[in-house]
Design a protein around this ligand. Structure first.
Ligand code: GDG
Length: 470
């Protein structure tokens, strides 16, 4: 078996002796790297006015890392503009927020070409290459252009919209044709497979075969769903330990017996934060018995602050939190507690465990790992209730959560009211069903499934589009 070569936009090289960061891709790939060794290639995170075109190498815990810097103009065109202000809103169905700039789309392609040129000399003939996410869609095509013959797979972490949405991007045809350079294109859910196949058929005019593949000049590109999971058992252990910590107990004491609703995410307009604040306000307005009886804690980690729409979002959420508190607070009760920065992973795990409701209501999300972490963190004997947007990929495998439309403030408020009153027996039954699935389909299973399919021993024809639907 050859090496695994992973390419992702941002690569955090662990410091010497440091354990790779908990959560994220590092955990998902740890098993595969440990089994077969490998190389992780991508952007270092450093921006320099005229970044020299060099690749820096490091070896940590059996994994080779190779990273390159971006020049300021590349960071602007490739990252800030085309990736974050064009593709991110487009793939999340937010056409009103999408900005398009021809020069930035050319820089996006040029950076993908430079990634390919720098990666090619590091490759061995029997490597398996796994490319991650929308910043790098053209990378497979650029590698093929340079002669790469290895198996190359692509996993798309965010939603895949149908052609009617995707085609609003002037260069959509190029992007969809780029996908034909991969042997396998993985997405999160059945809904995304449908979007991808629709875009593939309409954008290229090619026929999608019943097995979910297309063929072009002797290459077969397969398309299937691989719903990403979390390190379920580890997160459950972490939450159990942290619940007893002084920090978590301080939170519990501060609630003075009130119920806790919790939300935590990157501050991003896809996560539905203003909509969620309005839903909480609707709960207090329509069900006065919850006034003074429930506290809503929202953690919003700063993200992409160089992009204008993110600055506006931050101001809007701060205004909404202030308005709700101004209207409903008492001298001894603040309805909304807003923390505008990231908290340590363990702290969040402990907070999830002592809360009564997890409120996860993105307006669109590829999967949403917070929903999975929230369920994993609960005490199985007395679990909290997950209120989840039906537009998160996670909803496809969590029918026992209270599924809501995040745009319907009153509907979300009804679900909150139901969650706050739910009897313990029902909470336990709903939690047990979801938790069993999270254990069965955890993150190491996800990467193993994808690689098995990419390397050919898994006939996708023999199974439904997602195993979770089986
Ligand atoms: C993309 C897709 C897809 C959040 N706040 C804090 C914190 N987090 C952690 C969570 C979770 C991770 O960040 C976020 O993952 P999500 O899946 O929720 O969202 P994205 O960052 O948008 O990720 C998404 C994912 O890729 C994987 O394929 O599910 O749909 O958009 O692990 O716990 N961590 C800490 N402090 C915080 O305040 N430490």
């Amino acid at each position: 078996m050859g090496r695994l070569v992973v390419v992702s936009n941002r690569v955090a090289v662990p410091r010497r002796g440091e354990v790779p960061s908990a959560g994220g891709l590092a955990v998902a790939l740890a098993d595969a790297f440990a089994r077969r060794g490998g190389l992780w290639f991508g952007w270092s995170g450093t921006v320099a006015p005229d970044a020299p075109d060099v690749v820096r190498r490091a070896r940590r815990s059996g994994v080779d890392y190779a990273v390159m810097d971006l020049a300021s103009s590349e960071y602007d065109g490739f990252y800030l503009r085309h990736s974050n202000a064009t593709l991110w809103p487009l793939f999340h169905f937010r056409l009103g927020l999408m900005q398009y700039d021809r020069a930035a789309s050319e820089t996006y392609r040029a950076v993908n070409r430079r990634f390919a040129e720098n990666l090619l000399p590091l490759l061995k003939r029997d490597d398996t290459i796994w490319v991650h996410d929308y910043q790098l869609i053209p990378l497979g095509a650029e590698l093929r252009r340079l002669g790469a013959r290895q198996r190359i797979g692509y996993f798309h972490h965010i939603p895949f919209p149908p052609w009617a949405v995707l085609s609003t991007l002037p260069c959509a045809g190029d992007l969809i044709r780029d996908l034909l350079s991969y042997d396998l294109v993985g997405v999160q859910t059945n809904r995304d497979v449908a979007g991808l196949q629709d875009a593939m058929a309409a954008g290229t005019g090619m026929r999608v075969r019943p097995d979910g593949s297309v063929r072009l000049r002797g290459r077969r590109t397969r398309m299937a769903a691989f719903p990403i999971g979390i390190a379920t058992a580890e997160f459950a252990d972490l939450a159990r330990e942290q619940a007893a910590s002084g920090e978590t107990q301080r939170l519990v004491t501060s609630l003075t017996g009130r119920s806790l609703i919790i939300g935590a995410e990157r501050l991003d307009y896809t996560k539905g934060l203003p909509e969620r604040m309005r839903a909480f306000a609707a709960l207090l307005k329509r069900w006065p018995e919850h006034r003074g009886a429930v506290t809503y804690l929202q953690v919003a980690a700063r993200s992409r602050e160089d992009v204008e729409s993110y600055k506006e979002l931050k101001r809007e959420i701060e205004r909404l939190a202030g308005t709700i508190n101004g209207e409903y607070a008492d001298a001894d009760w603040t309805p909304v507690r807003y923390v505008g920065r990231a908290l340590p992973r363990g702290t969040l795990a402990g907070y999830y465990r002592v809360s009564h409701v997890g409120l996860v209501t993105p307006v669109r999300d590829g999967m949403n790992l917070v929903a999975k972490e929230y369920v994993a963190a609960q005490d199985p004997e007395d679990p909290g209730v997950l209120v989840l947007s039906r537009f998160a990929g996670a909803a496809e495998s969590m029918p026992e959560a209270l599924l809501v439309n995040p745009l319907d403030a009153v509907g979300v408020a009804e679900a909150l009211d139901q969650a706050l009153r739910m009897p313990r027996g029902e909470r336990r039954a709903r939690h047990a069903a979801i938790f069993a699935r999270l254990i069965e389909r955890d993150v190491s299973g996800w990467s193993a499934d994808f690689l098995r399919a990419l390397e050919g021993d898994d006939p996708l024809e023999d199974r439904p589009a997602t195993r979770e639907a089986a």
